[in-house]
Design a protein around this ligand. Structure first.
Ligand code: GTP
Ligand code: MG
Length: 301
C-alpha cells in the first residue's frame, strides 16, 4: 500500500490561528474564525489531500486555564484531540512568543501526546521581523523535543505547503478515512449554527459572546431548491436578549443577514434564516447544550 491517512491535531492557546490554519489546509471555511479568544468550542475535523495522503486535521478549542464548566469541557476536548491524533501540531504566535499559556501547554504536552510526533508551527510570522523567529525557534526547541519546526502564516499562506507536505509524509500507511470529496464530518446543522455564532461574536462586545450558544432547530429543504433554517440563540439574561436584538431589532437583523449570506454561499442554495433569542439562565449547566455542540458534559465536572 502506498496511500497514507491519519489525524493531525492543531493545538495551541486561544487565538493562535488554529481554525485559520484548518480552513487554509482544507481550502474551505469549515471552522469559524474571529479576532477574539475562545472562538472554537469543540473538535472540528477538516480533510485535506496531499499526494497519496489524506490528512484529517482536527481543530481544537484553545488551551487555557478553565474557570467555567463550559471552559473545562472545551479544554478537555482539546487535550483529547491531541491524545487521539497521529501527529500533533502546536501553534505558537510569533509576536507573543513563549507566554505563560505556552509554558503551561509545554508542561502537559509530553504526557498527553506520548509516542506521537509533535511539530511546532510558529504562526503569524507576517507580524514580526525575521530575527525574532530564529531566537523563538531555538527557545521553543530547547524546551520541547519537537519533531520539526515550521514558520508559517496561516492567514497569508506562507509556509503551509511545507507543513502539509511534511505531515503527508509522516502519516501512517493506510486507507483513506473519508470519501475523496468530503471536506468535513461536521453535521450541516452544526456548521450553520457556528456561522451564526461567528457573526454574533464579531458583533457583540465583552463577555456576551461567551454567554450565548446557537442551535439549529429545523432544517427544511423546499421544493424550489431553497432551504429554511430555524435557529435559537440561547442567552443567559433578559438584558442580553435586548442587546442581541438591538433597538428595533436592528442588531439581530444585521447578524441574520451576514449569517444567511455566508450560509447560502457555503450551501450553494438560497437560504431563509430565522433566528429566535431565548433567555435560558442555566444553559451552561444543561447536558443537552453540550451534546448539541459536540462536547462531553461530564468533562466539565
Ligand atoms: N496576522 C495574522 N493573523 C492571523 C494569522 N492566522 C490567524 N490570524 C488571526 O488571528 C485571529 C484568531 O484566529 P483563529 O483562527 O480564530 O484562532 P484560533 O486559534 O482558532 O482561536 P480559538 O478558536 O479562540 O482557540 C483571527 O483574527 C485571525 O485572522 C496569521 O498568520 N497572521
Ligand atoms: Mg478556533
Amino acid at each position: 500500500m502506498t496511500s497514507r491517512a491519519g489525524f493531525v491535531a492543531l493545538i495551541g492557546e486561544p487565538n493562535a490561528g488554529k481554525s485559520t490554519l484548518l480552513n487554509r489546509m482544507v481550502g474551505a471555511k469549515v471552522s469559524i474564525v474571529t479576532h477574539k479568544v475562545q472562538t472554537t468550542r469543540t473538535r472540528i475535523r477538516g480533510v485535506a489531500i496531499e499526494g497519496a495522503a489524506q490528512i484529517v486535521f482536527v481543530d481544537t478549542p484553545g488551551l487555557f486555564r478553565p474557570r467555567r464548566r463550559l471552559d473545562r469541557a472545551m479544554v478537555a476536548a482539546a487535550w483529547s484531540g491531541a491524545a487521539d491524533a497521529d501527529i500533533v501540531v502546536l501553534l505558537v504566535e510569533a509576536h507573543r512568543g513563549v507566554t505563560q499559556g505556552v509554558e503551561a501547554i509545554l508542561e502537559g504536552l509530553g504526557a498527553r501526546t506520548k509516542g506521537h510526533q509533535v511539530a511546532l508551527a510558529i504562526n503569524k510570522i507576517d507580524r514580526v521581523e525575521a530575527r525574532v523567529l530564529l531566537a523563538l525557534t531555538k527557545d521553543l526547541n530547547d524546551r520541547f523535543p519537537f519533531a520539526e519546526t515550521f514558520l508559517i502564516s496561516a492567514e497569508k499562506g506562507f509556509g503551509v505547503n511545507d507543513l502539509r507536505k511534511w505531515l503527508a509524509a509522516e502519516l501512517p500507511l493506510g486507507h483513506w478515512l473519508y470519501p475523496e470529496d468530503q471536506i468535513s464530518d461536521l453535521p450541516m446543522r452544526l456548521i450553520a449554527a457556528e456561522m451564526t455564532r461567528e457573526k454574533l461574536t464579531l458583533r457583540l462586545h465583552q463577555e456576551l459572546p461567551y454567554q450565548l450558544t446557537v442551535e439549529t432547530e429545523d432544517w427544511d429543504e423546499r421544493s424550489d431548491g431553497s432551504v429554511r433554517i430555524d435557529q435559537i440563540i440561547y442567552v443567559m439574561r433578559d438584558g442580553h436578549k435586548g442587546i442581541v436584538l438591538g433597538s428595533k431589532g436592528e442588531t439581530i437583523k444585521a447578524i441574520s443577514q451576514a449569517a444567511r449570506l455566508e450560509l447560502s454561499t457555503f450551501l450553494g442554495q438560497k437560504v431563509h434564516l430565522f433566528l429566535r433569542v431565548k433567555v435560558r439562565p442555566n444553559w451552561q449547566n444543561e447536558k443537552a447544550r453540550y451534546t448539541e455542540m459536540g462536547l462531553d458534559f461530564s468533562d466539565g465536572n
